[in-house]
Design a protein around this ligand. Structure first.
Ligand SMILES: [Zn+2]
Length: 589
C-alpha cells in the first residue's frame, strides 16, 4: 500500500555531529559504579538513587524538577518453598499475596507451552485446560507474570510456583494491572500467592507433585502507598519550545540492577548533560524522565506521569522513546527493537548511521513503561542492543527481558560486569541521535503510510481467518482512502524540507502528525478508553478485530457474539480512519 516512499530528511542527524562527539563515558560510568553498590528496590533506596541523579544534574546547572507522587507498590521480601525435608530458594513476585506464616496445600503440576528459546517473558503461554485447581499449589514452567498468573488464579489455585528456566529464579511482578490501579483495574489485582523457583528445584517439586505430595510456600511482601521521587529534566527548544520528545526509563531496579537499568539511567544522564550544554542547537524541547515503581508497581512511575501530564502529552508530545538495558556486554546486534510502524524508518536509519548495523524490529510489547498508548503517542525503542542469537545458543542461555540478553537479568547477578563501556558509548549516541534528531526535524520523521500498510496486512490476516463469516470490506475501503490522503501528505511534507520550523505550513504538518498518532495509536494498541491504561497483557494489532481469528473454530452459538464484537470494533476503526483522513486533508487545504 505504501509503494516507494520519499527519502527521510536526515539533515537533522548530520547537524548533531558536535553533540554526538561530546558524549563521553566519564559521568555515566561513574553513576553506573555508584548504582552497582546501591540496591534500588525499597522506596528509601530509590530516594537515594534519585539524589545521585539530581546532585549530578545540579552540579552541571541542568534544571531538574523532582516530583513526589505517592504510588502503589508491592515490595517482595523473603520466600521459600518447603516440601518434605527439602527447603527450596524462591522469590516472591511483586503484587503476590503475602503469606509470611506459610501456605500449605497439595502440589499439582500444570503443563504449559512455555518455550525458553522464544520471548515469552511477559506472557508465558498456558494451555487451553480450564479445569478447576481450587485448593492447589500449582507448579508450571514459565515466568509466572501477568496473564500466566491470572490464568491460574482464575482457575482457583491458592498459589503458583513458577518454574524458571535457569540456575536462578528471576524477580518480576505477577499483576496485569498497569501502574497504580483505578476502580476499573482493582478487580484484576492478584489475591493469590506467586513465587518463582529455579529450574532444578522446580523439577524436584514437579516430581513431588507427581508423587501426590504437599508443600508449604512462604512469601513475605509489603504493599501500600509510597512517596517515590520522579526527576524530570526539560531542555527547552529554541524555536518551538512547547513541542517535545519524551526520553524516559526506570531507575528503580531489582537488586542493584546494572544491566537493567543503571546503564539506561546513565545514558539519560549523559544525554541531559550534552543536550543542556548544546541547548542552543535544540529547536524543540526534550523532556527526560527517570521512573520509580517500574519493578514493584508495574510501571507505576511512568503511569503517574502519563496521568498527571496527560494533557501536555496529548497536546505537545512528538514521540516517546524508552531507554531500558542499553550498553550491556556482548550486545553487538540491534534485533527485536520496539518501534511503531510510523517510526520504523527513522529508528532503522539512526541505528544504521550511528552503529553501522542493520536493525530488525517489531511491534512494541505492552510492557516496559509504554504508559502512553492510550493517549496515542508515536513510540520507539524499549530495549536496544542485544547479543546475537548464535551466542545465546552457544552459552546455553534462554530469552530474558533485558540486560542485552544476559541471563543475570532480574537476579542478584546483574552486577557491574554486565555493563560494557564500548557498547554503552554506541548506544548513548543512538539514543541522543534518535531523540534530538526527532526534536530538530523540520517535519517529524514519522511515516503513517507504514502504519496504514500495517493495518492493511492485519486486516488481510483477520479477513482470511474469518473467511465468509465476516467481511472487513468497509474498513478496507476507509483504509484505502486514508492511504491515498497520506501519500499526498507525505509528498507535501518532503516539499517543506529546509523551511523554518516556525513556518505555519510546517507547524500545520507537525500538528497533523501528532493528531494522526492520537487517533491511530489507540485503535492499534488499546481496547480501553483514552487516558486509562490497558492491562499488561499481549495486545494483538487492531485488538478489537482480533477475535476474527476465533470465528472459524467457534461453536455456532458463539459466532453471533463474535460477529457483534467485530462489528463494534470495525465501527471504532472506521471512525478513526475517517477522523485521520479529515486531519490529513485539513492540513493540506
Ligand atoms: Zn528494565
Amino acid at each position: 500500500m505504501s509503494g516507494s516512499l520519499p527519502d527521510l530528511d536526515l539533515a537533522p542527524l548530520s547537524d548533531l555531529a558536535p553533540l554526538l562527539a561530546d558524549i563521553s563515558l566519564e559521568a555515566p560510568w561513574q553513576l553506573i559504579e555508584r548504582y552497582a553498590q546501591l540496591k534500588r528496590e525499597h522506596p528509601d533506596d530509590v530516594r537515594t538513587a534519585a539524589r545521585e541523579l539530581t546532585t549530578r544534574l545540579e552540579s552541571w546547572g541542568v534544571p531538574v524538577t523532582l516530583h513526589e507522587p505517592e504510588i502503589y507498590l508491592s515490595l517482595p521480601g523473603r520466600a521459600e518453598v518447603v516440601s518434605g525435608k527439602q527447603r527450596y530458594r524462591a522469590k516472591p513476585l511483586a503484587m503476590s499475596r503475602s503469606c509470611p506464616e506459610g501456605l500449605t496445600a497439595p502440589l499439582v503440576f500444570a503443563p504449559t507451552a512455555f518455550d525458553p528459546n522464544t520471548d515469552q517473558v511477559i506472557t508465558s503461554p498456558v494451555s487451553s485446560d480450564r479445569s478447576d485447581l481450587s485448593g492447589k499449589l500449582v507448579l508450571a514452567h514459565g515466568f509466572g507474570m501477568s496473564s500466566m498468573a491470572r490464568h491460574f488464579e482464575e482457575r482457583g489455585a491458592l498459589g503458583l510456583i513458577a518454574v524458571h528456566p535457569g540456575k536462578n529464579p528471576h524477580w518480576g511482578i505477577c499483576s496485569t494491572v498497569w501502574g497504580t490501579p483505578d476502580l476499573r483495574d482493582l478487580p484484576r489485582k492478584p489475591s493469590f500467592v506467586v513465587v518463582s523457583v529455579n529450574h532444578p528445584d522446580g523439577l524436584e517439586l514437579i516430581a513431588a507433585a507427581q508423587r501426590g505430595e504437599s508443600a508449604t510456600v512462604i512469601a513475605e511482601l509489603e504493599e501500600g502507598w509510597y512517596p517515590s521521587p520522579i526527576p524530570v529534566v526539560k531542555i527547552p527548544g529554541g524555536e518551538e519550545p512547547d513541542a517535545f520528545v519524551l526520553l524516559h526509563g526506570h531507575y528503580d531496579s531489582w537488586d542493584v540492577g546494572v544491566g537493567d537499568n543503571a546503564v539506561g539511567d546513565a545514558t539519560m544522564l549523559e544525554i541531559a548533560r550534552v543536550l543542556w550544554q548544546h541547548r542552543a542547537a535544540l529547536k524543540r524541547s526534550v523532556w527526560i524522565a527517570w521512573w520509580p515503581g517500574h519493578s514493584t508497581g508495574r510501571y507505576a512511575g511512568s503511569t503517574w506521569f502519563a496521568d498527571h501530564y496527560a494533557i501536555d502529552l496529548y497536546r505537545h508530545c512528538i514521540a516517546q522513546v524508552n531507554c531500558d538495558s542499553p550498553g550491556c556486554r556482548w550486545a553487538t546486534e540491534y534485533l527485536d527493537i520496539s518501534w511503531m510502524s510510523e517510526a520504523e524508518d527513522w529508528a532503522r536509519e539512526v541505528i544504521k548511521r550511528i552503529a553501522g548495523k542493520q536493525a530488525q524490529g517489531e511491534r512494541p510489547y505492552q510492557a516496559g513503561d509504554y504508559s502512553f498508548n492510550n493517549i496515542g503517542i508515536s513510540s520507539y525503542f524499549m530495549l536496544l542492543s542485544t547479543m546475537p542469537p548464535e551466542l545465546r545458543a552457544e552459552k546455553g542461555y534462554y530469552v530474558v527481558g533485558g540486560c542485552g540478553g544476559n541471563i543475570a537479568w532480574h537476579t542478584e547477578d546483574d552486577t557491574l560486569e554486565i555493563a560494557d563501556r564500548e557498547v554503552l558509548l554506541r548506544d548513548m549516541r543512538i539514543y541522543l541521535a534518535a531523540v534530538a534528531g526527532a526534536a530538530n526535524a523540520t517535519v517529524a520523521p514519522f511515516r503513517f503510510s507504514r502504519t496504514v500498510a500495517e493495518f492493511g496486512a492485519t486486516l488481510d490476516r483477520y479477513q482470511s481467518a474469518a473467511g465468509a463469516e465476516y467481511s472487513f470490506a468497509a474498513a478496507r475501503a476507509a483504509l484505502g482512502e486514508l492511504a491515498q490522503a497520506i501519500t499526498r501528505f507525505e509528498a507535501h511534507c518532503v516539499s517543506l524540507e529546509g523551511r523554518a520550523i516556525t513556518d505555519p505550513r510546517v507547524q500545520r504538518a507537525n500538528d497533523a502528525l501528532r493528531r494522526i498518532a492520537r487517533i491511530l495509536v489507540p485503535v492499534n494498541f488499546t481496547t480501553g478508553p483514552a487516558f486509562f491504561h490497558d492491562p499488561a497483557e499481549t495486545i494483538p494489532p487492531l485488538p478489537d478485530l482480533a477475535p476474527a481469528q476465533l470465528l472459524q473454530g467457534a461453536a455456532a452459538t458463539q459466532r453471533g457474539f463474535i460477529r457483534t464484537h467485530l462489528k463494534r470494533g470495525e465501527n471504532r476503526l472506521i471512525a478513526a480512519l475517517l477522523d485521520a483522513r479529515r486531519v490529513v486533508e485539513d492540513s493540506l487545504a
